[in-house]
Design a protein around this ligand. Structure first.
Ligand SMILES: [Zn+2]
Length: 288
């Protein structure tokens, strides 16, 4: 097995300020590129020995190293990311970013509760000089969506949660997403689909994408009229391949973040791309 080093490197001689993405498209390209590099880095791990290394340069200003003594670094993230608390999805690491790059909010199921919305409001009102993108990032196998799908498939499971308001608050918001996803699968594959062994898994993974896309659509309210200055995007981090996935029309695979659907037509398009995607079809074909 190869040795892998991922290093944050600050070099004293590097006194050039870090360049921020000039617009939202450049911010999205930077995150996609970072994730591709992260996924590819670990793809190189084979049974051979040797070492592979990824160096993430750190601007000394972001650690307060070039400030006058006592001064704190200025906060200048280029993207805000709403992600799941799941310990397997460390946001900076999977996008190959360093300190002061991302404004990260993590809650179970990456839902938009009051504290998440308040944090985003703060970011858009106070970090507008650098902030170019808001991302909602779901991930495969998410426990929150899995629990919501299990309640949807077997409503009796809701009863033990009825008296646990903190968990119920997370779950209640997700049930509408699960219901919509179930209807979409039913419309695409017919009523027998629910009998297939892989249906539950397909419904979980369809709901994870829909949840992230709906949240990204909802937070477009924070984006100004000029989408080049700030826009909303979404994606799903696949634990299996370490790549970010977002289904797109006409693409079977669909790697990288996607812009938030703008309207009903955008969601219809997303629904079509989801049910035609290699990933969802593979669950439905599964015999497990
Ligand atoms: Zn999760």
């Amino acid at each position: 097995m190869k040795k892998v080093d991922i290093t944050y490197r600050y070099e004293a001689r590097d006194d050039q300020p870090r360049l921020l993405p000039p617009d939202s498209t450049a911010a999205l390209v930077r995150l996609d590129g970072g994730n591709r590099e992260f996924a590819a880095l670990l793809d190189q791990v084979t049974d051979e020995t040797g070492a592979i290394q990824r160096v993430i340069p750190v601007d000394p200003r972001d650690l307060g190293l070039l400030q006058d003594s006592g001064a704190t670094p200025r906060q200048t993230p280029f993207a805000a990311v709403v992600g799941c608390s799941d310990a397997r999805v460390p946001v900076e690491l999977i996008f190959n970013q360093g300190p002061n790059d991302l404004f990260v909010i993590r809650v179970a199921g990456n839902g938009l509760g009051p504290d998440v919305l308040g944090s985003l409001k703060y970011a858009t009102e106070n970090l507008g000089g650098s902030l170019r993108l808001i991302v909602v990032l779901g991930h495969s196998g998410c426990g929150a969506l899995t629990a919501a799908v299990d309640v949807f498939l077997n409503p009796v499971d809701y009863l033990p949660l009825a008296t646990k308001s903190s968990l119920r608050n997370i779950l209640d918001r997700l049930l509408i997403v699960v219901q919509t996803s179930a209807k979409r699968l039913l419309a695409a594959f017919g009523p027998d689909i629910a009998q297939r062994p892989g249906y539950r898994q397909a419904l979980i993974e369809t709901s994870i994408v829909t949840n992230a896309a709906l949240a990204a659509h909802s937070i477009s309210e924070f984006a100004p009229n000029d989408p080049s200055r700030l826009k909303a995007a979404y994606g799903v981090y696949l634990l299996e391949t370490r790549e970010v996935w977002a289904p797109r029309p006409g693409e079977l695979k669909g790697t990288g973040l996607a812009e938030a659907p703008r309207d009903l037509a955008g969601f219809v398009e997303l629904g079509d791309a989801l049910v035609q995607s290699e990933r969802i079809i593979s669950f439905l074909k599964s015999q497990k």
